[in-house]
Design a protein around this ligand. Structure first.
Ligand code: GDP
Length: 197
């Protein structure tokens, strides 16, 4: 699956741009700078994907990629852009909410959280939105190579307590380092497992 081609499909700033819901979709989401581009690149072995999503005009849009003919990867741009114009933020939030609440083919959101800092306010807001939308999500701690010894365990412990309060959350937390190529197989396996259901 991850060895095959990954092709940019389209960018959807508004709901009417969405592709038909005719493939299983997995979404990668997280705050800006969480390491999402790096993780998607590391998982797929392709640098072009994150670049396609970071093109101007696509940073507040859902970016769809085809992985083979059964699965789509959806790159959800880093949220928490306080500096964006209010109108754009509102439009983007409406798109995001509409997508999450009305996408039967969306099987899981991988919610990326910085392994040094843990979940922030916007992460909790997204978790609540995912609960309300009944979209299963799984937390992925990123940059596991960076924190001082013991830090990531503490972050994971606190996150586990948080996740227990969210009905849409998977209890299992994945831990990754894109830099050291650690934890990638488990993310790939989690994605591949969604095709079996
Ligand atoms: P995005 O904004 O979420 O797409 O984040 P990027 O993938 O662009 O990464 C943000 C910064 O974190 C960059 O400077 C990356 O080099 C760095 N980074 C990303 N992943 C890792 C990682 O696994 N380990 C370390 N040490 N740094 C990382």
């Amino acid at each position: 699956l991850f060895a095959g081609p990954v092709d940019f499909l389209l960018s959807a700033p508004e709901l009417h741009h969405l592709p038909p819901a005719d493939r299983i979709e997995v979404c990668f989401a997280g705050r800006s700078n969480v390491g999402k581009s790096s993780l998607i690149n590391a998982l797929t072995g392709r640098k072009s994907i994150a670049r396609a999503s970071n093109t101007p005009g696509r940073t507040q849009a859902l970016n769809f990629f085809s992985m083979g003919d059964r699965l789509r990867l959806v790159d959800l741009p880093g949220y928490g852009y306080a500096e964006a114009p209010v109108k754009l933020v509102e439009q983007w939030q409406a798109t995001l909410k509409g997508y999450l609440a009305g996408r039967p083919t969306l099987r899981r959101v991988f919610l990326l959280i910085d392994g040094r800092h843990g979940a922030k306010k916007v992460d909790h807001e997204i978790m609540e939105l995912l609960d309300r939308s009944a979209v299963p999500f799984q937390a992925v701690l990123t940059k596991a190579d960076k924190p001082a010894a013991g830090t990531i365990e503490k972050v994971a412990e606190a996150l586990k307590t948080d996740l227990a309060r969210h009905p849409a959350a998977y209890p299992e937390i994945l831990t990754t380092s894109s830099q050291k190529h650690e934890g990638l197989e488990r993310v790939r396996a989690a994605v591949a497992g969604l095709l079996e259901l």
